[in-house]
Design a protein around this ligand. Structure first.
Ligand SMILES: N[C@@H](CCC(=O)N[C@@H](CS)C(=O)NCC(=O)O)C(=O)O
Length: 191
């Protein structure tokens, strides 16, 4: 079996989804840590231009989407197999792709909040400039203050729904974790 190499960084929530799955499977993997803020010239050369994190490298296969990576890992390591859940599609493809916009708005309420994650003002500025084109308003709430209450309401609903589901079972997959569990938890982990 070829080595599994995960290109990731510590605070990346989508990477946490894959790290948790690899842990659940008991799989051995190699870690290639990339900077939180580009440039990442070697990674971009390897992916053909895709910058999203994580990237899973298995032999000559370069997998640039964490939901696909999850399915590939589940096939490679069938025990324990992910449980099927009626929520898999909704959580992985409807909720998860938009969740960071709402969560970012809650986590980054002001400049001091944003700065707390960085070692210098310059690093924080570089992060905001880099992410603004696809993360705004999450990285600059000052430009759309009306978004914050609706983001909070949205996340409260997701949290309440999760709480309701888990009142009667251990996982969204029932007795064992499903794709929906991995997709549904990493945003809250990040928050
Ligand atoms: N659909 C992608 C989304 C991944 C994603 O947005 N990752 C974030 C970090 S967790 C990202 O790449 N942000 C920009 C960056 O780090 O350059 C997936 O599931 O893999």
């Amino acid at each position: 079996m070829p080595d599994i190499i995960l290109h990731h960084y510590a605070l990346s929530p989508y990477s946490q989804k894959i790290r948790s799955l690899l842990g659940y499977k008991g799989a051995a993997w190699r870690s290639a840590v990339v900077p939180m803020v580009p440039p990442r010239p070697e990674l971009v050369a390897m992916t053909g231009g895709i910058r999203r994190i994580p990237v899973l490298q298995i032999g000559a296969d370069i997998i640039c989407d964490s939901n696909l990576a999850l399915r590939v890992i589940d096939q490679m390591f069938p025990a324990p197999k992910l449980a099927p859940s009626p929520f898999d599609h909704a959580v992985a493809h409807l909720w998860e792709p938009r969740q960071m916009i709402y969560l970012g708005t809650i986590r980054f309420r002001n400049r001091a909040d944003i700065a707390s994650g960085f070692s210098s003002e310059d690093e924080m500025k570089a992060f905001r400039a880099d992410r603004a084109p696809f993360m705004a308003p999450a990285t600059d709430i000052s430009k759309s203050p009306e978004f914050a209450p609706s983001a909070l309401a949205h996340i409260r609903q997701q949290a309440q729904w999760t709480e309701d589901q888990l009142a009667s079972r251990d996982f969204l997959g029932g007795a064992a974790p499903a794709h929906a569990d991995f997709s549904g938890f990493h945003g809250f982990w990040w928050l």
